[in-house]
Design a protein. Structure first.
Length: 572
């Protein structure tokens, strides 16, 4: 395999014929989850390799023994104490969050370094949602810690996670078999949580602290604060965790990594020859994604599958969350630095602690430099871009459906005439498939496998809180949480989704060996590209060292962006 732009290929006839065959194999499906453009089927060349299948099966070998031991001890016993959720981990490591999940510190930190750190946004004083904060005690009386809401809003110290903005109706109650009683219901609360960055807190850095939770979207919807009865406040926080878990799985994870990247894999196979430099760069980052996504359609989001069984809504309601998320996604606005800026989360002086941002920027900058240098080598002039018919066809297909098989990706230009713009698009693809997906996928075990921290559904009506006379007890909290059978199923599926890593960010030889029977250096021998990759790998090594050092000063270690733990692709 030798890299050639189409205008340089010594055998253009064969190249065109090969691409024509690819277009017959890779076909868009606009029906399964309209309007998302997905792959209709997975060609043989995009299927899992034998090595992948063998390694992945071995990675999950501990699960059956763990569940058998858990079942023997307590699987069918009534759930009497929160402590009993820990009994589901007789052999598997108990997530660290089990020790702290009821604390405000852990609850707030999960917004910054948990499985879904993309929901939190800065709240401005002009935002109508800020009016909710007029209801909290600290805005009206002398409580400790004392703060003035309007002053804090003006200073940019108030943040929000809002789980009410989707187009889906209130999800629940859904009748479900096997609840705490013979028949129960599942609910997805519509909820907003408000936080304040305060200078006093951890060390001399400060910390994020929860200040209010509103359940419901009406003006009269109740608001809960840390000054409420402790069990009532924990109940409200768990409602946030349920909402966050559902939005994580359907919005952040499934939609904004797996599904939004799928058309890029299809278009790359259809429009860029195997020897095209951009194809050679993207292939390790798109590897196995189509097979993995198709497997998910068959075994995760199928009728009566885990999404239908474990999440709060029906399968149709949960998939509606995916569609809703897709409406607001675009390739340009969800480039990593742009997304941070759009959410008001980019300022490190105002918010000095945000591990997802801080570690993620190290990887974004390293990848962006590598991609830019790589593209400059193959496109030294603007005319080289314009003359690349395959690149222009790739952009056109991704940007519109007015051509056969188009994807109509929002924010995607129909022509590529600027190398900097191309570099940002390519870096966004690589970052989304690599660091971003790994960050939201592998943290599932750390925070969601222990379902008392982050349940995938609520099993009692959150409206039980609305009565001022209601005294929430641990028994009421247990009714909200999944019964043991559901908790065991949640553990099982999240362990499977986070137990295996195929490769490592910036290491391409595993993919190149399987696909091209060669190494990256051999494919790019005699070009400066080999040195570019070596430079990237060194930057990633230094980034990991820096992350390790940062973790020494953090309340909770954040390992999700460590290059040694990040994959190249959405291969699981």
């Amino acid at each position: 395999m030798q890299p050639y732009l189409p205008q340089q290929d010594p055998n253009p006839t064969k190249r065109a014929a090969d691409l024509a065959k690819q277009r017959d194999l890779y076909i868009y499906d606009y029906v399964y989850l309209a309007p998302l453009p997905l792959a209709k089927s997975v060609p043989d060349q995009a299927q899992f390799s034998t090595r992948y299948i063998t390694e992945r099966l071995l990675a999950s070998a501990e699960l059956p023994a763990n569940l058998l031991a858990a079942k023997t001890r307590t699987f069918f016993d009534p759930l009497d104490q929160l402590q009993e959720y820990e009994d589901l981990f007789p052999f598997l490591p108990l997530p660290e969050v089990a020790k702290t999940y009821q604390t405000d510190q852990s609850f707030a930190e999960q917004r910054l370094s948990g499985p879904n750190p993309l929901m939190i946004a800065q709240l401005s004083a002009e935002d109508e949602r800020a009016q909710v904060l007029n209801k909290i005690p600290s805005a009206q009386a002398d409580f400790e810690p004392l703060f003035n809401v309007q002053e804090e809003l003006a200073a940019g110290n108030i943040y929000i996670t809002d789980y009410t903005g989707h187009d889906v109706r209130y999800l629940g109650p859904k009748v479900v078999e096997g609840g705490q009683h013979e028949k129960g219901h599942k609910y997805l609360p519509k909820v907003r949580a408000f936080f304040r960055w305060r200078q006093q807190g951890f060390s001399d850095r400060g910390e994020l602290a929860p200040i209010a939770i509103q359940i419901g979207t009406a003006a009269e919807s109740p608001v809960y604060t840390p000054f409420d009865q402790p069990e009532k406040w924990l109940f409200a926080k768990l409602c946030v965790q349920v909402a966050d878990a559902n939005h994580h799985e359907m919005d952040t994870h499934l939609c904004r990594t797996h599904f939004v990247m799928e058309p890029f894999a299809v278009a790359t196979a259809r429009q860029l020859a195997d020897s095209h430099p951009l194809n050679l760069l993207l292939t390790p980052h798109l590897r196995f994604m189509l097979a993995n996504n198709h497997l998910g359609r068959e075994r995760l989001i199928n009728k009566k599958g885990p999404v239908d069984n474990l999440l709060a809504g029906t399968r149709e309601e949960s998939l509606a969350l995916v569609k809703s998320a897709y409406k607001s996604w675009s390739i340009d606005q969800f480039a990593f630095p742009v997304d941070l800026k759009n959410r008001g989360m980019a300022d490190t002086d105002r918010l000095p602690h945000y591990p997802y941002r801080d570690d993620g920027m190290l990887l974004w900058e390293a990848l962006h430099e590598f991609v830019t240098d790589y593209l400059k080598h193959f496109y030294p002039t603007t005319s080289d871009l314009a003359q690349d018919a395959e690149l222009q066809a790739w952009a056109k297909e991704l940007s519109t459906r007015q051509v056969e098989g188009g994807a109509e990706i929002k924010g995607m230009p129909s022509t590529i005439d600027n190398l900097d713009k191309l570099a940002e698009i390519v870096t966004t693809i690589i970052f989304t498939c690599g660091p971003m997906h790994s960050a939201v996928n592998y943290t599932q075990y750390d925070y969601m496998a222990f379902s008392a921290n982050m349940p995938l559904a609520a099993y009692s009506d959150p409206n039980v809180l609305q009565s001022e006379q209601a005294e929430i007890t641990e028994a009421e909290i247990l009714k909200l949480l999944p019964p043991y059978k559901k908790a065991a199923e949640q553990l099982s599926i999240l362990f499977i989704l986070s137990a295996y890593r195929f490769d490592q960010l910036g290491s391409y030889d595993k993919t190149y060996g399987e696909l091209y029977d060669s190494t990256f250096d051999a494919v790019f021998a005699g070009t400066p590209v080999t040195l570019m990759l070596s430079k990237l790998q060194q930057k990633l090594y230094l980034a990991e060292q820096r992350m390790t050092e940062r973790n020494r000063g953090r309340v909770t270690a954040y390992n999700a962006m460590k290059p040694s733990l990040v994959l190249n692709s959405i291969s699981i």
